[in-house]
Design a protein around this ligand. Sequence first.
Ligand SMILES: [Mg+2]
Length: 251
Amino acid sequence: MEHHKIVIFDLDGTLSESKIAIDREMADLLCELLKKKRVAVISGASFEQFEKQFLSNLPCPPVNLSVLPANGSAFLEYKAGEWQTVYEKKLSDMQKVLIRTAMDSVLKKYADLIPEKTYGERLADIGLGMTFSALGQEAPLDEKQKWDPDHAKRTKIVADLQPLLPDIEMTIGGTTSINITVKGADKKNAILALAEHFAVSKGKLAADILYIGDSLFVGGNDYGAIASGVATQKVSGPADTKKIIRDILKA
Ligand SMILES: [Mg+2]
């Protein structure tokens, strides 16, 4: 894995636990990695969440870093001392209204699947897109992990929601979320856009790009990385990711 020119990470469950800030050890390792490799992070989170959870905790300038929030709805590159937008594709206000209406009707049908007690907003406008968090945006991690570990509940919700909103992308996220974005915003397309931007040819995807994530299985939210054709490395969580980064740094 030492030969890869670009290393891409998932955020939740890979660099940190879901919605929790990266720790200092991870931040230091990423700063070391940024000196040797181009690094990118792709997540369903908004750019604001990237800042809070990840960027604001980096003790180094994010030179060589790209971030792709909302599953690649936007692509930002740190260049000449600031974040520059490579592209940005946002849901319109009208689409967001339609999503709220459709979600309300589907949730009525599945009222028994959704706990009454929520922690913060359940359907949040994250600017680029919307995020459905079944237990609310601020739910504690242990409750989130119990709710839908096999994705069965969210699969049902998406199966009902998608036909109502055929022109909108829905992907099952980390623990309790469904990422709702512009059509085509998914990890596979985000990785391919990144490859194109950094002039990695189709034939060199696996040789030049390594994707590291905790959900690299069929139906997992990192599966798009396998579909994209880049090299992939499954991790069990942030501690495992640190091991992989140390291996890359040692090489
Ligand atoms: Mg993850």
